[in-house]
Ligand binder design. Sequence first.
Ligand code: 13P
Ligand code: SF4
Length: 379
Amino acid sequence: MIQTQGAAGELELAQYKPLDNVELAARIEAARVTLGDELLILGHHYQQDEVIAHADLRGDSYQLSEEAAASTRCRWIVFCGVHFMAETADILANRPAKLVERNQLRVQVVLPDMAAGCSMADMAAIEQVEDAWDQMGEVLDLKLIIPVTYINSAASLKAFCGQHNGIVCTSSNAEAVLKWAFERGSKVLFFPDQHLGRNTARRMGISNDLMPIWNPFEDEFGGNSEQQLTDSRVILWKGHCSVHQMFTAAHVLQFREAHPGIKVLVHPECPQEVVDLSDIDGSTGKIIQTVRSAEPGTKWAIGTELHLVNRLKQEHPDQEIHFLSPVVCMCATMYRIDLAHLCWSLENLVEGKPVNTITVDEETAHWSLVALERMLAVK
Ligand code: 13P
Ligand code: SF4
């Protein structure tokens, strides 16, 4: 083990960069053995193969939230994913009921690379959402609007939803969450992903003309007229995933023409025209399950992050799996988690010098938890 200490007494990341993957993997496994039950490594499906190989549990955003919420024995959660996921894990793993169970001992959540953010989450800032809410209050009865945030958002936005009778959703429960919202209000403000919001609401029979887009960079009413807001059912925040935005209707049509009988399977963060033309859409967990349960010989064009599609290709050689785009659509921030960062963060834990810990402040955590628990209770 490298013993060079950084300024704060930590092992230095620079020492890990030149090491090859074989050595890094062996050291990661050694650190896992040392930390034993006190360590839980969670991995999102978009992680690179060599990273996800070290995860104790892998899942989509919903499954990973449930795992973090259920954690009992661990002291450390190392999250191979992005920042909002690590924040969510901190909130759920350290909620008051869990702290009582553990005599106030906190689980510390570590994000191996702090630069692993999410460009979609960054498209809605709390100040912008608060400003939008105030503006909506000039023309609408705020008690009738339920704010719904996609889990891909900062904890401050989840807290906003907790404080305003709102809720969190993931790509696997968005429809059930919207139903929950419409049982409590007549309109929904959905952020930050317009595509997930639109695709889900359309499936529930809400037409596009009742879903104005709120552009936070417009001076007044997000670029809408008062009438549009009054008539609306779902107000969609102007945000998107830069990865899924790359899939187009033309890609679907090209695959259908070149491979008759092919099934198109996409993530609901894709634009509406892609989801409309697909056979099946769903979370990363649903995409995996759908391929797993398919007959040998099934042909697929899959529209989601490249690493997951490549892994499915390797795991299902009996099926014909294509990536639904001629260009590379990979999540550059998920990709920031590599073996060097994972090994560095684990060996610092072994040394008792945790790095890159994620802690959500008490007030934000309290209100975020309100919105997250509402989501976890929705079936
Ligand atoms: P799911 O794994 O919940 O489908 O989310 C996809 C995603 O974009 C995570 O950032
Ligand atoms: Fe964010 Fe899109 Fe990457 Fe998911 S795939 S983390 S939504 S940028």
